[in-house]
Design a protein around this ligand. Sequence first.
Ligand SMILES: NC(=O)c1ccc[n+]([C@@H]2O[C@H](COP(=O)([O-])OP(=O)(O)OC[C@H]3O[C@@H](n4cnc5c(N)ncnc54)[C@H](O)[C@@H]3O)[C@@H](O)[C@H]2O)c1
Ligand SMILES: [Zn+2]
Ligand SMILES: [Zn+2]
Length: 338
Amino acid sequence: MKAAVVTSFTQPLELQDRPIPAPGPGQVLVRVEACGLCHTDIHAAHGDWPVKPTPPFVPGHEGVGVVEQVGTGVTARQVGDRVAMPWLGHACGRCDHCIGGWETLCEQQQNTGYSVDGGFAEYAVADADFVVPVPDDVSSFDAAPLTCAGVTTYKAIKVAHIQPSERVAIFGVGGLGHLAVQYARLVGGIVVAVDVDETKLGLARTLGADHTVNAATTDPVAAIEALGGIDVAVVTAVIPAVFEQAFAALRRGGRLVCVGLPPETDGPMSLPIFPTVLKGISVIGSIVGTRADLAEVFALHAAGRTTVVAEARKLDQVNESIDEVLHGRTPARLVFEF
Ligand SMILES: NC(=O)c1ccc[n+]([C@@H]2O[C@H](COP(=O)([O-])OP(=O)(O)OC[C@H]3O[C@@H](n4cnc5c(N)ncnc54)[C@H](O)[C@@H]3O)[C@@H](O)[C@H]2O)c1
Ligand SMILES: [Zn+2]
Ligand SMILES: [Zn+2]
């Protein structure tokens, strides 16, 4: 099979011919039909984060395809099922987080395309219990971005506990942000989209954003203050200073939801204590979503409530595609089609 492989954090990905993996006990073999390119895959390929993957590895945690074989002991899935293989590739199922509905916090978790090989390949094996069925009326092309960008921003909106008519700013309208705008609208938020690219702001308006702010040409804090401030900020941009801007734009009682994961070398965000206390601000970290969250994301899409904005690429274009994302030239998401 053809696979895009990270061989070193300083080299482009290599297209390799690899044997099709065999599903072990409890696993399924999936023939990948589509896999989105998440900015996380770029962080993985560059070794940006404190906990690094070990090359060689195959990135990709928005893989969607059809089960071709099942390993011993698999009862949950069958040959022919169409499934998604999200970032949460495995969790223990026994710890307090898993039992309490927070499997995404499991300390024993495996991550697809990071600690285990992912969807940038014609085939992938996955834990049968952690693949998520894709409804018939959701295409594999649409399901791919929903598998990370969708579930992550859906969860970020959930943990922000937005009341209808609260003002919600989405900082960064890329792969994640274009879906965040839509989920914020679905829960009744008045949405402010912030980006540095006019095309992305135009897209945000098309997707229902009530206000847009171009942070390349305006001070986003002043622009948001002129609107009356925001109750919730969801930050998907990959720059620590943007988290600080989002914090500064919050009203009393505001919630800062941190989603973007800038490289470790870009340093921490710095938040002043006094306004955090006086304004009663909550700072919330939000990491992907559970299998149940992803099923809800698919159900909403099947019901016509969300739009996925993406362009197709071939796996051979993986390195050019990474450049496109890094330079902000993509519509919202790029999806490798097989
Ligand atoms: N927390 C999680 O569970 C989770 C899940 C998936 C991805 N992520 C992380 O989220 C981040 C975003 O991922 P993505 O795939 O959406 O990336 P992306 O590159 O598609 O989107 C980033 C967006 O930020 C915009 N931007 C750049 N500078 C900005 C600024 N100064 N102000 C506002 N916007 C600005 C870009 O124009 C772009 O639209 C990455 O760090 C990724 O690793 C986190
Ligand atoms: Zn992702
Ligand atoms: Zn666990």
